[in-house]
Design a protein around this ligand. Structure first.
Ligand code: A2P
Length: 269
């Protein structure tokens, strides 16, 4: 069973999710969700921009589970920041539910993010999002938000992996009680052949991918790996029967090279 961690909202979140980015093909997405749920996943990370919210209820049904068994995340896409409520109502319809477990602002959109956050606060108060948070926020964006929000974001979802370790942002989020979710925790598969990872993997009888994901767990974050293959989906949750020791962590520290595979929000005003 995948352990859960408590968020500042009081809700419990399974510590590994199935990331659904790029999983747009209807049948493949439904099959992936069903396979993942059969394997024990209970946390699905979607977004308006992923165009697959509507497949989630069918994947859950195919696995013989109920909506309330699953922790569902969606995100308000950049193009919808000016009409958050309307777009969120569409998401709920697609997800065939009257609430999501976690609702995020997908990106720190200049000029619009502050008002968009007010809408998330109202959605949370209305019970339609049990937890609210942000994604791709840097320390600067979080500082601005924390200055005058009514409800603090409980989560910041960022690109995070052994090649992009972001220690300052992790420390800041920890200090503020904001849980960090790690997207692209496998760096999209880049770097899986790294010799340092291979050596640590051999020592623990694991794969390099599992070492990358376990590093996210050791860093206190919630990794959201993506895969459409059963063997990898299985591997990606087999992370709780071993630990990385100090020596492993010291070696992994040397792999940090600020390597982004996705959006870079650093210069967003
Ligand atoms: P696939 O879907 O063919 O399994 P990230 O989550 O960092 O974006 O990485 C996703 C990429 O990594 C996908 O291309 C996925 O391919 C691949 N992947 C997922 N899990 C593993 C794994 N355990 N080992 C190797 N590659 C993986």
């Amino acid at each position: 069973m995948i352990p859960k961690v408590k968020l500042s909202s009081g809700e419990n979140i399974p510590q590994v999710a199935l990331g659904l980015w790029k999983n747009k093909d209807e049948q493949e997405c439904i099959n992936t969700i069903k396979t993942a749920l059969d394997l024990g996943y209970r946390h699905l990370d979607s977004a308006q921009a992923y165009e697959n919210e509507q497949f989630i209820p069918r994947g859950i049904e195919a696995a013989g589970l109920k909506r309330q068994d699953i922790f569902i995340t969606t995100k308000i896409k950049v193009q919808n920041f000016a009409w958050v409520d309307k777009s969120f109502a569409t998401s709920l319809k697609k997800l065939e539910t009257d609430y999501v477990d976690l609702l995020l602002l997908h990106f720190p959109v200049t000029g619009l993010r502050h008002r968009a956050w007010k809408h998330l606060e109202a959605i949370h108060k209305a019970g339609q999002a049990k937890t609210i948070g942000v994604s791709n926020y840097t320390i600067k964006h979080l500082e601005q938000l924390l200055k005058d929000c009514e409800i603090k974001p409980a989560v910041n979802q960022i690109e995070l992996h052994v090649f992009l370790q972001q220690p300052e942002l992790l420390a800041y989020c920890k200090e503020q009680g904001i849980a960090v979710e790690a997207y692209s925790p496998l760096a999209h598969g880049n770097g899986l052949d790294d010799p340092v990872l291979a050596e640590i993997a051999k020592k623990h009888g694991k794969t390099s991918g599992q070492i990358m994901l376990r590093w996210c767990i050791e860093a206190g974050t919630i990794p959201l790996p993506k895969s459409t293959h059963e063997d990898r989906l299985k591997q990606n949750i087999e992370l709780f029967d071993f630990k990385l020791d100090e020596d492993d962590m010291a070696k992994i520290k040397t792999l940090d090279k600020d390597m982004r595979t996705c959006w870079d929000p650093t210069h967003i005003l």
